[in-house]
Design a binder for this molecule. Structure first.
Ligand code: ADP
Ligand code: ZN
Ligand code: MG
Length: 613
């Protein structure tokens, strides 16, 4: 349990990875997980967001209002869920594919020791799981005989364009769809062919679902919602049947919107040669979808809006005229967009008059709309906890730290651990300080949060659409700084597992530099997209020789970064020790404080909230 998992959280790393994945996401990295995953404290809104995103595999609701969600990575999250809330959430969870169990004991079990409680909980889950599986197969049996069309009842959407901040061009594009839905006959009379399909793409949390709902809300038409992953079935033919039934049902309610989330689950490129069953099934489903879309030509009044964060892997056939011919691309909001989104969500809580949302927006580069909503909610929770009358600037700061770094955990570290962590984090910080290409340090801390014993958070000063090689190399060196500092302070025998997360992250960055971004002279400007290799064809699979060469080049890049870190920390050994000492004393330091220490200036008062740099 007490495995050392200090790590450096670097914005750049994940931003880089996210860029590679076609979007900008917030950085977040964890150290190695310990054997029995601990439960992370979470909030109702965070759990709901996870459930909404389909990230929760199991939800257990205990008596006295706690819920524990297990996400698809096996991580556990606990939140307070008073009964009316938990009932609603449980329904949502079940609808989003989670196994839901209610436990009549309070969490931890009264009168049990922890292990028994766990065992009981496990059994309850197991029984619930078996029950659910039985139900699942029963329903599927019905589907196979084609007797039941299952599409959740449409909902009336209360969302309007006014609830979607920014995205003005996207809203304009969708206005046409709204007008069509309001009066399909007007368009039909003139012989106009309004697009039957709109594809929305963009990173998670950028408001795809929200915007689709807003279209329905503006037009005042029913909103049917399904997820592409619902169609991916084990039995051949089920998915296609389901698509047919779904369209038939939507047509009856026309004009309406049929929203297909995660269309990539069905709409991935067809390989042509694949013959395995799951593949064939998906292709049948996709073909049926295409057939249905083509049957829409006669202005049936149904507009299909599909959403994906992987538009790059969609089958081209989906994008042909008459199908998803309109493409709306959503992006992670820029500074102005973030301020607007914050304003929309701040309307729902009482915000102190001294809070400058523009400043908050500046301190949250890379945040998606969903994360900004989460930030406002977490800030309101922090304010309530602190007994404030209104949400204050410090509450936003607390919330941001919590979102960026996870909740604080205490009672984990003895003095030895703290010293090692302080040196380790100071190593990251001092290397970052002396590499101009690195993003400025936002904060360094040795307060354990989430899975990490400490961390250094850097935030970019502006939104940057592309990452330079100099910056990536700086990130690699900063990542090495923790381990190098441990070596220098305690000797090679005393280095710890604390660098696991750093090493993992550095490897990912270096690998992408070599295989995707053409930044290795030896391997050249070639994409070796092994990760996206198609298991059913041999597309994207590399030769052994190439793999060896890639590994060697990745190793060389990391070795170079290690050398850079050694040089910097040898040169500035005094700063390393001073920052480590200050961390031991204060536990957390702002970027400005670290800069002051390295200049030899004594520490002044705490910096204002949201200083970046
Ligand atoms: P996606 O479908 O792209 O993953 P969602 O539409 O589910 O994202 O967004 C999740 C939540 O984030 C929304 O319900 C909303 O509260 C918030 N959000 C996202 N984008 C915006 C935006 N542009 N304006 C206001 N809120 C937003
Ligand atoms: Zn580290
Ligand atoms: Mg969505």
């Amino acid at each position: 349990m007490s495995k050392r998992t200090t790590l450096l959280a670097v914005f750049a790393a994940l931003a880089a990875l996210a860029l590679a994945a076609g979007g900008t996401v917030l950085y977040r990295s964890f150290g190695t997980a310990s054997a029995a995953p601990p439960v992370a404290e979470s909030s109702f809104s965070a759990l709901r967001a996870m459930i909404g995103d389909g990230r929760v595999a199991e939800l257990t609701v205990y008596a006295h209002g706690t819920g524990v969600a297990v996400d698809r990575d096996g991580k556990r999250h606990r939140a307070l869920l008073p009964p009316p809330v938990s009932a609603r959430l449980a329904e949502e969870a079940a609808a989003n594919g989670a196994a839901v169990a209610f436990v009549s004991e309070p969490e931890g079990g009264s009168g049990f020791d922890g292990d028994t409680a766990l065992a009981v909980g496990g059994n309850v889950l197991l029984i619930a799981g078996i029950g659910l599986a039985a139900w699942f197969f029963a329903v599927k049996g019905g589907m196979r005989t084609g007797t039941k069309a299952r599409l959740a009842a449409p909902s009336e959407s209360l969302v309007r364009f006014g609830d979607v901040a920014g995205c003005d061009n996207e809203k304009m594009e969708l206005m046409e769809v709204v007008e069509f839905l309001k009066d399909p006959r007007r368009f039909a009379r003139l012989g106009a062919c309004v697009p039957a399909g709109v594809l929305m793409s963009g990173p998670p949390g950028t408001g795809k679902t929200l915007l689709a709902r807003a279209v329905a809300g503006e037009a005042g038409v029913p909103f049917f919602s399904v997820s592409g992953s619902d169609f991916v079935e084990m039995f051949v033919g089920v998915g296609a049947g389901r698509v047919r039934a779904m369209f038939a049902q939507a047509k009856k309610k026309a004009p309406c919107i049929l929203f297909i989330d995660e269309i990539d689950a069905v709409g991935r490129q067809r390989s042509g040669s694949g013959s395995r069953a799951p593949h064939e099934e998906r292709e049948q489903t996709l073909n049926q979808l295409l057939v249905e879309m083509d049957g829409f030509k006669a202005n049936s009044g149904v507009v299909v809006i599909a959403a994906t964060n992987r538009a790059d892997i969609l089958d081209e056939a989906l994008l042909r005229p008459g199908r998803f011919s309109r493409h709306v691309i959503l992006q992670t909001p820029d500074l102005a967009g973030r301020a607007k989104i914050l304003a929309v969500h701040a309307r729902k809580v009482t915000v102190g008059s001294e809070v400058d949302l523009h400043l908050v927006a500046r301190g949250t580069p890379g945040f998606s709309g969903a994360q900004l909503m989460h930030l406002v909610n977490e800030a309101a929770i922090a304010a309530a906890r602190a007994g404030h009358d209104a949400v204050a600037a410090v509450d936003f700061e607390t919330a941001k730290d919590r979102i960026l770094m996870g909740a604080e955990r205490s009672g984990l570290m003895n003095d030895d651990d703290r010293r090692l962590t302080a040196i380790h984090e100071a190593g990251h910080a001092v290397v970052a300080l002396h590499l101009p290409a690195s993003d400025p340090i936002h904060k360094a801390t040795i307060v354990p949060r989430g899975q990490a014993l400490g961390m250094v958070v850097r935030l970019p000063e502006r939104d940057s659409p592309a990452l330079r090689r100099s910056r990536l190399k700086a990130d690699l060196a900063v990542a090495m700084g923790g381990r190098v500092a441990e070596e220098m302070a305690f000797g090679p025998e005393e280095i710890s597992t604390g660098a696991a997360g750093d090493i993992q992250m550095a490897t990912r960055i270096a690998r992408k530099m070599v295989t995707e971004w053409g930044m290795s002279r030896r391997l050249g400007l070639v994409a070796f997209s092994g990760q996206h290799a198609d298991p059913y064809t041999s597309e994207g699979v590399r030769s052994d020789d190439t793999s060896r060469e890639i590994d060697a080049e990745v190793r060389a890049m990391i070795a170079e970064a290690h050398d850079t870190a050694v040089t910097i920390l040898r040169t500035y050994r005094g700063e390393l020790d001073a920052v480590a000492a200050a961390l031991l004393e204060r536990e957390s330091l702002s970027g400005a404080e670290i800069a002051a220490i390295s200049r030899g200036t004594p520490l002044g008062l705490d910096q204002a909230a949201f200083t970046v740099g």
